[in-house]
Design a protein around this ligand. Sequence first.
Ligand code: PLP
Length: 458
Amino acid sequence: MDDKSWAARAREYSMYGFTDMPSVEDRGTIVLTRGEGPYVFDTQGRKWLDSNSGLWNMVAGFDHPGLIEAAKAQYDRFPGYHAFFGRMSDQTVMLSEKLVEVSPFRRGKVFYTNSGSEANDTMVKMLWFLHRSEGKPQRRKILTRWNAYHGVTAISASMTGKPYNEVFGLPLDGFIHLTCPHFWRYGNPGESEAEFVARLARELEDTIQREGADTIAGFFAEPVQGAGGVIPPAKGYFQAIQPILKKHGIPFIADEVITGFGRTGNTWGCQTYDFVPDAIISSKNLTAGFFPMGAVILGPELSDRLDAAITPIEEFPHGFTASGHPVGCAIALKAIDVVMNEGLAQNVIDKAPRMEAGLRDIMQRHANIGELRGVGYMWALEAVKDPETRQPFPGHLSVSERIANTCTDLGLICRPLGQSIVLCPPFILTDAQMDEMFEKLDAALTRVFDGLRAEGQA
Ligand SMILES: *Cc1c(COP(=O)(O)O)cnc(C)c1O
């Protein structure tokens, strides 16, 4: 294999997930080998500023010495164990205490997985188990929203509100998707934001009436929809939704896989939007991306009800071999400390206005950017063919892919999502690095929109 490039070796033996294959045929594969702060380097020594923190998760950058040290120290001490049969590592015990302490809950309990998908999957199984044990076995349906992203396992993909899951014959029966609370895109002509929210609340109430409250196991929502295109909720949305769920006894689960640990400017997205859910799903930032790990954090009521459900059958028959892995837990403990106590969360609070101002500036220079939306350190710029009517570019032009590819050529990694470009940098970004991000993005937009105008498309 000596004469083959890394890219050719990747193409021959590795299967790619969530990758536009024609782009790979065109542009090859970037094979990364190391990182430095917010930068990543490939096998040819090329360098990119990763404005997406890897996949939202590498919030402390790619070489944080404290996190590396915490991992090494735990590998030296006790490199692996499970959490079955009444045993678990000391790190697991400490992380659960810490997660409940930093949660919005007075008390609660934590269950560990290897990913965000598995944490959502686990939460659904907990709800099914709970309702069954309480004499309501028909309470199985799950409510989520269009454009939601909850993961890729059969259950979490069914919760995800994206058309691409049709190729798997998903969603499974009993997964119901409500309107996405994106006012700019889904508000009706002449409808105010408050009327839009009232319409969505009515839709929830009508759906519950139609399906029967006694058939619904739970409602899941990301405080800000992430992989759906960075969609903060319409104003007052959660305040309108939550009382309806409460009235019908439907647990409200916040999927904080992206929004947890600082991304929106608070420890949790539910704090930014001023609600307290019944449970929180965490992953990604939980370990700052240094270990695959997810967690279900149950509030007091669900903890108690699950405890009561477990008593008669004497166990909760669920768990992963690596649930509560000691190295993952040691890294998560360190990551929480780094984010909350080394100024990373504070950076987001202090510099979010700078980030927003820079992106608004870029938007104002490009007529084909129709919307800037986001909060904290998660933002999206949406490209439109016609800013007046908000008409999107035709899909075959792949405008957001063109923008992202041009950024890549200029040394900036960002992500195309639908017609949007997503920026969610690591929390360690310096002002100079933020300016580098703005400059490269601005140059890429100029190049792509000039090209589209030359083609008569913009
Ligand atoms: C990424 C993500 C998941 C899935 O996490 P994986 O670790 O990729 O399984 C679930 N929910 C949200 C909100 C996410 O962003």
